[in-house]
Design a protein around this ligand. Structure first.
Ligand code: ADP
Ligand code: MG
Length: 471
């Protein structure tokens, strides 16, 4: 156990360190460093991950030591260990391997410098790119103008240019072009100039870290990341696990602080990434956050045309008449994937049967992509998302216990929609709204029912929300 004077000394050392490296660096790397004990001339410190350990050793070992020496001149050694929350028993048996911190580079640092390149290569191989997903094939329309412009700007930046918005965070529902845009940034960045752009899915990012941590090349991984000018991460909502998120947070901070560009896509805004901690969320929200809306009919038409043009480079005789394009653009409303699927089917059909594409054939072939009569199944999350967007509050506000008017009304509307548009029971709805009682839900439903019948503005709002949800 630590004695009081030891505690005090540790606080003073931390304060020194904080003023030495600055608040941001301190919070990124040292906030989770604990004092384990002081013995003679050595101090034992611990951090929660191997990654933090190697990062601190590589970059801050001397400063940590000198901050200690300023308080305790007799200290000559810092042993940095990784505390294991998972296997305390094993750790008790395994003596921690002390890592000596000296003025000269520590031995461990030299060994990591020669870490096998392949390990680090594997971790950072990037996710596969689809050669068709470029800016040339990306169709710009009302719902994605801003996202497209921002992505272009990022892709055209040169090494050393000031970074305008960091991170660039793009969110949209499934099939609305996030991956297309991110891969376009990657292709353009890597071909246009001397910068290195790395595209990773959140899964690959997790796999990279896990693999790197297992093979103890976390430092190599981190070093390799530092060689990257633009880091592109797709589907951030899949980032899972406390420690992965902590590493993600460090990576994000390190890259942004070094003036590297980070581009992220997810299916929801930063405020709705519930499992991420507040600091990461606010860092994400601190750049440029852009939403891409649903594809309008014109945009769908453009996408179909672009798909046909792409198919024609391999199948010169393939053609889709304008009336068919119009029909498809009107009929297929869901997402870009269905548009792609429709063109693929028409292509397959016309090739296999050696027949030109006609309206009748199109109607027959894509019937199941249309489902006009089948009502869409609406989820409570969708209701919360759409309502939050409409009233400009966050989804977590809706679930919170806040009772200010600007949150109470949207919350009631959302509960009302949940009751009228889904088959969920009142208690279930209550649970999904931050663990509320079913009587609260009932009250909200009655309240909105009553208001809708006499308040025209509200009634229109509710109708518009329903349309958005059923679209
Ligand atoms: P997300 O990653 O948002 O789920 P994708 O980027 O995978 O969506 O897009 C789904 C399909 O729709 C892809 O075939 C993509 O090329 C196409 N698509 C979506 N938006 C556009 C667009 N603006 N221009 C061209 N194709 C698009
Ligand atoms: Mg995607």
């Amino acid at each position: 156990m630590m004695t009081n004077p030891e505690q005090d000394r540790w606080s003073r050392v931390k304060n020194r360190l904080r003023s030495n490296v600055g608040e941001d660096v301190y919070t990124s790397w040292f906030a989770r460093m604990d004092l384990e004990g002081v013995q003679d001339e050595s101090v034992r410190l611990s951090v929660p991950t191997r990654f933090l350990k190697s990062w601190i050793q590589a970059h801050y070992a001397e400063r940590v030591l000198s901050c200690w020496q300023a308080e305790m001149p007799e200290v000559h050694r810092i042993d940095l260990t990784v505390r294991s929350a998972v296997r305390p028993v094993v750790q008790a048996k395994e003596a921690p391997v002390p890592v000596e911190v000296r003025r000269a580079p520590a031995p461990e640092l030299r060994s990591t410098a020669t870490a096998p390149v392949s390990a680090n290569h594997d971790a950072l191989g990037g996710s596969p790119l689809d050669p068709r997903l470029t800016f040339a094939s990306f169709v710009v329309g009302r719902s994605n103008t801003l996202a497209h412009a921002a992505a272009r700007q990022v892709a055209e930046g040169r090494r050393g240019d000031p970074v305008m918005f960091n991170p660039l965070y793009i969110h949209a529902g499934v099939g609305l072009g996030k991956t297309h845009l991110l891969q376009a940034v990657t292709w353009a960045g890597n071909s246009g100039n001397e910068r290195k752009v790395l595209y990773l899915t959140a899964e690959k990012f997790m796999y990279g870290f896990v693999a790197a941590l297992k093979t103890q090349t976390a430092l190599a991984f981190k070093e390799a990341l530092r060689g990257i000018d633009v880091l592109v991460i797709d589907d951030l909502q899949f980032l899972q696990g406390k420690s992965t998120q902590a590493e993600f947070c460090h990576t994000l901070n390190a890259l942004i602080d070094a003036g590297r560009q980070v581009v992220i896509a997810a299916d929801r805004p930063p405020s709705d990434l519930e499992s991420l901690d507040d600091r990461v969320r606010s860092r994400l929200a601190g750049g440029l956050v852009v939403e891409m809306g649903s594809l309008g009919e014109e945009l769908r038409h453009g996408i179909l045309k672009s798909r046909v043009a792409a198919a024609r480079t391999h199948h010169a005789t393939f053609d889709v008449p304008e009336d068919v394009l119009q029909y498809l653009a009107r009929a297929i409303t869901h997402n870009g994937r269905d548009l792609e699927g429709a063109i693929n089917r028409l292509l397959a059909h016309s090739k296999l049967n050696n027949q030109p594409v006609t309206l009748e054939m199109a109607e027959r072939e894509v019937r199941d992509l249309i489902r006009p009569s089948e009502p869409k199944r609406i989820k409570i999350e969708d209701i919360q998302r759409v309502v939050a967007r409409q009233y400009n509050v966050s989804r977590s506000d809706l679930l919170s216990s806040r009772r200010t008017a600007n949150v109470v009304r949207p919350r009631q509307v959302a509960m009302y929609l949940a009751k009228t548009l889904t088959l969920r029971s009142l208690p279930e709805i209550g649970r999904r709204f931050g663990g509320r009682d079913h009587t609260t839900v009932l009250h909200a439903v009655r309240k909105i029912e009553a208001l809708v019948s006499r308040d025209n503005a509200l009634s229109e709002e509710v109708e518009s929300l329903k349309r958005q949800l059923q679209e």
